[in-house]
Design a protein around this ligand. Sequence first.
Ligand code: DAH
Length: 459
Amino acid sequence: MLYSKVRYIQLPKVLRRLNQQLHFRTIQKQSSPVTTVVIRHTHAGNVGEEKVAAGGTFQIMGETYRADSWTNVTPKIISNIGKNLHNQQHHPLCLIKQRIINYFYANFTNRSENPIFAVFDNINPVVTTHQNFDSLLIPEDHPSRAKSDTYYVTKDQLLRSQTSAHQEELIIMGFDSFLAVGDVYRRDTIDATHYPVFHQMEGVRLFSESEVFKGVNDPTGLTLFEDTNQIKRTSDKQESHTLDAVKLLEYDLKNTLSSLAHHLFGEDIQYRWVDCYFPFTHPSWELEILYKDEWLEVLGCGIMEQKILLNAGAKNKIGWAFGLGLERLAMKLYQIPDIRLFWSNDSGFLNQFKVEDPETPIAYKPVSIYPQCTSDLSFWIPKDYTENDFYDLVRSVGGDIVEQVTLVDTFLHPKHQKTSHCYRIIYRHMEKTLTQKEVNDVHRQITQAAIDQLKIEPR
Ligand code: DAH
């Protein structure tokens, strides 16, 4: 059994302060840790119904925050923090995390046969804007920084929108090879594959000059960096890197990740590399695999921007990084049809993943399918309205019985110059049939909350 041995490592103080656990060689067996989130309102209001008011205080993971004009986390979103589905034994997200870690532990070891990748899966999701954006060279005007896309705790702190947020701090701590797994938060549309909280894994591996050229017969004259700053960036490489070094790293990265894809999806799958862009890597690629006749995007990766390493105090190394979404992989691998199921406490769902060995193949069988109910809502939108404000409100008030919200019609009144939106809301409970009355009640509450909080005018 792969997970029977548990070894605890004494953590340096700085790590403990970050509330992390370092896994080494084997994964710690975990019971389901549940952290209670205390939300203190300075005004009346039930959990899940509205934003935290400016000036009011609220708590996340035992830490108190004071809301300011950037705060847009809702009590409903906060209530997910600390659930750490990826650490709950037998949860599908935990199984897939373990399978990926198994692959890295088994295939990347040092002289003493100890795994070289350190695993962090309990880092607090509240990070600074520096961690989530600046440290990753994400431009000031990048749309992902907008309040409409990201959950801000305060002006300078937010719920991480990507696990890449931890690259810099872990490199500063001296880690050269690591995997960081955690919950990430994004304001987004509502459908079967999007949920405002999901889980990512970040991988980073840094190399020294001798490590990069280790396999070369005669490495004389080969270096990681150009000795002049006259060289321009090309589609193949950054300005400071030598083409020799980058090509070797690209080979290592693609090899590592295509083998991971085979480990997860089987030896028979076809895969392809697609060029793409990320602010924190260059060149960058996406890995797609042909699975059940469909090209599926599995992960993003690339050669890390040298400036990130420079800022993190690792200027003599070069590195690669990748990031992948655990839900996306688990939905395909286990045939899970709806992302809300990951949050289900229903034993009909969870019991299907109770396997001792995470490598056991599992195909999820829907317990039963309950009917959908559809209701439309049309209103005139106010001036500073963003669609994600409405989606958040629907999530907060409707909860998980809302399966999908789509903007089905937009209309600009020629005389009043007012815009109206019509949203179609699909309701479906995961575990029972909803009555028309239940749907009507929730639909009415959503309408009322939109009038009160977003100042919409129903048509
Ligand atoms: N952070 C990216 C995202 O959330 C994923 C990613 C892509 C991570 C490329 C990486 C990378 O480390 O190299 O979309």
